[in-house]
Design a protein around this ligand. Structure first.
Ligand SMILES: C[S@@+](CC[C@H](N)C(=O)[O-])C[C@H]1O[C@@H](n2cnc3c(N)ncnc32)[C@H](O)[C@@H]1O
Length: 310
């Protein structure tokens, strides 16, 4: 299955799709630091592109004739961490849908924060997908039930041309773990610390977490325990002596392999790239459901050929 990666970031989603057997032809991204990181980790090319100019890129991508387009348009407009620049980023959700409707790959997968599902941008994007002839599966997945040690809920809109709405729900739900993945079990006990600090949005929430639970969402910023941290009744231990996760630990919790390179000398940039990414294992979980469905539709000879190509 030949894929195109839009709004690729450093490539969390790309790596998961690649691990599930999608052959990525090309990625598109706007931010130089993300491009540099992506280039270090993948063989296929990445192109610098402002995808708000979707007409141009839709024509270019059409010539590549992909089977699947996947990507997560930027989400600040929808997420709690957002800076309230309503509009611009939501427009990129529409740009994504416009590219899909013009290229018309057999499949698309769009990822975003869970609240984006109720946004007017997604409502409009959905109309574009439907008008282009896609059956749409919409699901919020918790990464900790899909093989990643992190409670990160993400919305996926998955389209297959001429299918019924909800066509992939069963496949996506049947393999969900019954038990959330903890950091201890994911790393088989090989994790340096027992407790760590994750700066809460406000002090009504706790800041200390145990490795015997999934981590909370890895965000784009990381802070040590501030002098003024008041503690919280649900903290499993007091904050004294507890540190924040390191950049490497955060990448590993996002299920990047140790070999994945974050080349920037700036910790802030690497943290941002890591926090923006789809956990690799979550992306792989979704892509495997897509691949299995795709294979199940094929005749035996085609299936054999596809498996040989994986
Ligand atoms: C949520 S992140 C994608 C993360 C990625 N899917 C991953 O798993 O690593 C969204 C990306 O969109 C990029 N972006 C923002 N505006 C863009 C634009 N106009 N054109 C292309 N990319 C853009 C950002 O630089 C950011 O890397």
């Amino acid at each position: 299955m030949l894929g195109i990666d839009l709004f690729s970031g450093c490539g969390g989603m790309a790596l998961g799709f690649q691990m599930a057997g999608v052959k990525i032809d090309r990625a598109y991204e706007f931010w130089d630091e993300a491009i540099k990181c992506y280039e270090k980790n993948f063989q296929h090319p990445i192109k610098k592109a402002d995808l708000s100019k979707f007409e141009f890129f839709a024509d270019e991508i059409s010539c590549l004739n992909p089977d699947i387009i996947f990507g997560g348009p930027p989400c600040q407009d929808f997420s709690q961490a957002g800076n309230r620049r309503e509009g611009n980023n939501a427009d990129l959700t529409i740009a994504y849908a416009e590219i899909i409707s013009r290229v018309k790959p057999k499949w698309y997968v769009m990822e975003n924060v869970d609240r984006s599902r109720k946004s007017s941008a997604y409502t409009n994007a959905r109309k574009i997908f439907k008008k282009a002839g896609y059956g749409v599966t919409e699901i919020v997945l918790d990464a900790s039930l899909c093989g990643a040690p992190q409670k990160r809920k993400r919305f996926f809109s998955i389209g297959l041309i001429n299918a019924n709405d909800g066509f992939l729900n069963h496949s996506l739900e049947k393999n969900l773990s019954k038990v959330p993945m903890t950091i201890r079990s994911f790393f088989n006990g090989n994790f340096e610390i027992e407790y760590y600090y994750r700066h809460p949005r406000n002090y009504n929430r706790r800041g200390i977490f145990s490795i015997d639970e999934p981590s909370p969402t890895i965000r784009g910023v990381n802070r040590p325990v501030p002098a003024g941290y008041p503690g919280h009744p649900n903290d499993p231990v007091i904050a004294a002596g507890v540190r924040e996760l390191s950049t490497l630990e955060r990448a590993l919790v996002q299920t990047f392999p140790k070999s994945f390179i974050f080349p920037s000398e700036s910790k802030t940039i690497n943290e941002q790239l890591i926090g923006n990414a789809v956990p690799v294992k979550l992306a792989e979980y979704v892509a495997k459901a897509v691949m299995n469905y795709h294979l199940s539709e094929k005749c035996p000879e085609e299936k054999e050929q596809l498996i040989l190509n994986l």
